[in-house]
Design a protein around this ligand. Structure first.
Ligand code: ADP
Ligand code: MG
Length: 727
């Protein structure tokens, strides 16, 4: 019988890319064509309702029933003209992916059928959603949840060969009010940020009435041929390879990064980009990444809520389009041991309704002070809540990056670049004269901040949180994550910090300080207080781990412990004060994340057992039998001891590895039984991490040894060299 591996390899060898045609030669001709954007709103709505909708998007004002009816009807007309037959509320439950439940526009009527879409169906739906993760928030008797329209993210049409669907971005909440999704808390955090940042902006510019957080998400991913993917149960069921000896050629020649993109991959990129562009996702950049068959795409930044919806949608499109190209896209943080993993860099900034980027150093002293205010408050916020930020990016798959000698480390620190680092040093040690008459006099002692920072390009790739010229870049987010979790935290902690800042500054002003003196006095104090979080050196080095420990910074390497920060008193106070999460919601989320952690490890352990027992060991034993046959034959022929020494040595080697693998698989199974009996979710997650997962490395080490010994033609799993190099 031919092995699945052989068939898959043949299939992969014979691939021809499908022809990719863009809807037009110019992207601007079709960009956003599947989005019910402002222009379409204006075309399809009365002027009055259009204006109300716009102000609802900007200021969050409520939309009444009558207006909702008109908006729904306009959406339906537009969507049906484009061929949509169904609509769905589109939301982001805590499973990590997106969810939809489609309903047809059509409704039977007395003499046939008509197409309908009422305002009530636009505004609210009740998905039968009792099986979404809820962390105990919904007992079965109150199992209902509802989705509610988020007008700040425009409706769009999802196309597939089988039909088109109008999608309405929504939040997902329990009937008792608790959030069951990623979007609801994010919107609350953004509202808190808006308020806090606008208040602080008043010190500098009374004309600012709104501050939006901006986000540009770089998305890394791997591609693998679909047939080869299907021949690897570990990849198919867990998203990563649990076995596999590193390929003789990996990334050591550094020839993949920014190299030319393989034709087949290029066709795929263009195809998914076109789909994304039609949905108004402003994809701008594409390139190879460091590891073989690893790539990246990045859009132009947008307002956070939209940027995250777009990233969720993008991941979905990437997966769907990959099928057309017989690829599988791997969004897992670490699909292959021994080569780089994938992240999702979150480039974050704050932008006012006057068009000012609050994290861009300005030309004049006044603008510099405004920049310093937001810059230093961000640093202070991250210093205060480093553990919470760490918790927000943790997951079973991201554990392979953070804390596993890979980019970036589990220690949260901030990289500023030499110039800004020195400027903060100088301010910290400057002497402020309180007696100055003119605000401007103050600036004599304050270093000048160059508008263009040299360090813009001096990227410290080892830092989890780096300032890159006019934005901060959170690099620790995992490639498969929903960015809402870290962005909810980042905006919440900075919002809270800005609120405290205002109190501190106002206190000094009340005591008689001039405004600029008060601002700078507080900034100076914050620089000093948050100094320990700043680190300019190599984040991967042992010296940094030691230094961080001396500074008292946390270095939490695994998820179950990192998650503690979600339910600490400090976090609870922060989130309840800002009205982003209630205590109950935090505990629910904590529970869901722990559960997801150990369940994923449980699946990995099972797959490991099954593949080892039913594929790897049989292949090793079959090869061993061949060798036994060989040794016996040599002996029968009367050959010397020396001649049969080689097959005997290999047989022995095989026996050794087979024995170790088998005993470890059995021991892991026993351990799993014990661990499954643990009641407490946190204890169970820790036990899975410390007592079950520990077997993975040993098992893998020895199965990888077997891979190196066993006859290639009987080895059942596609090897790294076959998976990694796309032709
Ligand atoms: P690099 O890989 O060099 O960091 P990329 O061009 O791949 O740069 O990605 C940079 C990302 O940062 C893009 O998504 C870009 O739109 C985003 N970005 C640039 N300026 C801002 C800003 N002010 N706020 C948020 N994101 C920004
Ligand atoms: Mg970057």
């Amino acid at each position: 019988m031919k092995s699945l591996r052989t068939i898959a390899l043949k299939e992969a060898q014979a691939r021809i890319s499908p022809e990719v045609k863009a809807p037009s030669t110019k992207i601007s001709d079709f960009y956003g064509s599947n989005v019910f954007d402002k222009k379409k709103m204006r075309d399809f709505l009365s002027k009055e309702v259009y204006e109300k909708l716009i102000s609802s998007i900007g200021q969050g004002e409520l939309i009444n029933q009558e207006d909702a009816n008109q908006i729904a009807s306009a959406m339906k007309t537009w969507a049906m003209a484009k061929g949509a037959t169904h609509y769905t509320h589109w939301f982001q439950p805590l499973t990590g992916s997106t969810a939809e439940k489609h309903d047809a526009f059509f409704e039977p009527s007395g003499d046939g059928a008509i197409e309908k879409f009422a305002g009530s169906a636009l505004v609210q739906q009740e998905p039968d959603a009792s099986s979404f993760p809820n962390g105990g928030i919904r007992n079965t008797f109150e199992a209902r949840g509802y989705t509610a329209w988020d007008p700040s993210s425009p409706a769009f049409i999802m196309e597939s060969a089988a039909g088109k669907t109008l999608c309405i971005p929504t939040v997902f909440v329990a009937y008792t009010g608790e959030a069951l999704d990623y979007k609801a808390p994010l919107l609350k955090a953004l509202a808190a940020m808006d308020k806090a940042a606008v208040d602080v902006c008043q010190y500098f510019d009374k004309g600012i009435t709104k501050v939006n957080a901006s986000l540009g998400i770089e998305q890394e991913y791997f591609l693998v041929d679909l047939a080869l993917f299907n021949a690897r149960p570990d990849l198919a069921l867990t998203g990563r390879t649990l076995f596999g000896h590193i390929s003789a050629k990996g990334q050591q020649l550094e020839d993949h990064y920014f190299g030319s993109i393989p034709e087949r991959v290029f066709a795929y990129m263009v195809d998914f980009e076109n789909e994304a562009l039609k949905l108004g996702i402003p994809l701008k950049t594409r390139h190879n990444e460091v590891a073989p068959s690893q790539f990246e795409c990045a859009p132009i930044y947008e307002e956070i809520n939209l940027a995250i919806d777009h990233n969720q949608l993008l991941m979905d499109i990437m997966e769907k389009v990959a099928r057309r190209h017989n690829f599988k896209v791997l969004l897992h943080e670490k699909p292959y041991a021994g080569i780089n993993g994938s992240g999702k860099h979150n480039n974050w900034s704050l932008i006012t309704d006057t068009g000012k980027n609050l994290l861009a150093p300005g030309k004049t002293p006044k603008n510099n002070l405004m920049f310093l205010t937001f810059f230093v408050n961000t640093i202070k916020a991250v210093h205060e809540h480093a553990d919470l930020l760490r918790a927000s990016i943790t997951s079973v798959s991201n554990d392979h990056r953070l804390g596993a000698n890979e980019a970036p480390p589990a220690i949260i620190s901030i990289f500023l670049g030499q110039q800004l680092d020195e400027i903060l040093e100088e301010i910290e040690h400057s002497r402020l004269s309180k007696k100055i008459k003119e605000d401007n006099g103050l600036w004599l002692g304050i270093p000048k901040i160059p508008q263009i920072l040299l360090d813009n390009t001096d990227r410290n790739r080892t830092s989890p949180f780096a300032f890159t010229g006019n934005k901060f870049e959170l690099r620790a987010v995992g490639s498969s994550a929903n960015s809402s979790a870290p962005m909810t935290v980042l905006n919440a902690i900075v919002a809270d910090q800005l609120t405290k800042f205002k109190v501190d500054v106002d206190k000094l002003i009340k005591k008689g300080d001039k405004k600029d003196v008060a601002l700078l006095t507080v900034i100076k104090r914050y620089i000093k207080e948050s100094k320990d979080i700043r680190f300019e050196g190599n984040g991967y080095s042992q010296e940094w781990a030691d230094e961080a420990e001396r500074r008292g910074l946390s270095n939490i390497k695994t998820t179950p412990k990192a998650l503690d920060a979600y339910v600490s008193d400090k976090t609870t106070e922060l989130f309840t004060k800002t009205n982003i999460f209630s205590k109950r919601e935090l505990h629910a989320r904590h529970e869901i994340l722990l559960e997801s952690f150990y369940k994923k490890l449980q699946i990995e352990a099972r797959v490991m057992g099954e593949v080892t027992n039913s594929q790897i060991l049989p292949a090793a034993i079959a090869y061993q039998n061949t060798l036994i046959e060989n040794a016996r034959g040599l002996k029968e022929l009367g050959l010397s001891k020396d001649a049969i020494a080689t097959p005997l040595a290999i047989i022995e080697d095989l026996s050794k590895h087979i024995g170790i693998v088998k005993s470890n698989i059995d021991a892991m199974l026993e351990q799993r039984k014990k661990t499954n009996a643990i009641e407490d979710t946190r204890d169970k997650a820790i036990a899975y991490d410390e007592q079950v997962k520990v077997y993975f490395d040993t098992i893998r080490y020895h199965t990888d040894k077997l891979e190196q010994i066993v006859d290639d033609s009987v080895w059942p799993l596609p090897k790294f060299r076959e998976l990694l190099f796309l032709k």
